[in-house]
Design a protein. Structure first.
Length: 163
């Protein structure tokens, strides 16, 4: 009888541990950071890009920006910033916000993180193995060039393809 109880307990512990492992791997795989995102933040939901006053939703892989007074979500940067270099631009990591509308704090963000704001030095995820060299081409999520080798031409950060 004692042996039967121990076997039953062992089976229950085995299944419980498998269930916990499955739960952890699901949480870890949500919200993959873009290659132009700053190194060191694996579970962030939003970035704010002060130079162009745009948010980036990591989970939805979308930019969020004001267009004629309305907040728009798009796979691409606004047309006027299509040449903005996401690798070189400063990204504010909003790790204290977990809702769906980071722009609710836009008035505070644009004052605290003004155009030209630079916090502590950042390296892009796609650049971490390249020493001190920055990306000069149009490098997006996969760090692959779309053929524009000119410095500062980053396009929309999506490797020249729709998302």
């Amino acid at each position: 009888m004692k042996t039967l109880k121990l076997i039953t307990l062992g089976i229950m512990v085995f299944f419980a541990s498998n269930s916990i492992n499955a739960q952890v791997s699901v949480n870890v795989n949500l919200g993959l950071q873009p290659s132009w995102g700053p190194v060191g933040y694996s579970s962030v939901n939003y970035y704010y890009i002060p130079d162009i006053q745009v948010y980036y939703d990591v989970r939805a892989t979308q930019f969020i920006f004001l267009n004629n007074g309305v907040w728009i979500r798009s796979n691409n940067l606004p047309r006027q910033y299509r040449n903005y270099d996401l690798n070189r631009g400063y990204k504010v990591v909003l790790n204290d916000y977990h809702g769906s509308r980071p722009y609710a704090f836009f008035e505070n963000h644009k004052v605290k993180y003004y155009k030209g704001y630079k916090g502590s030095p950042q390296k892009s995820i796609g650049n971490r193995n390249r020493g001190n060299h920055d990306n000069y081409g149009n490098h997006g999520y996969n760090g692959k060039s779309n053929g524009h080798g000119n410095r500062g031409h980053n396009g929309n950060g999506h490797n020249g393809k729709g998302h």
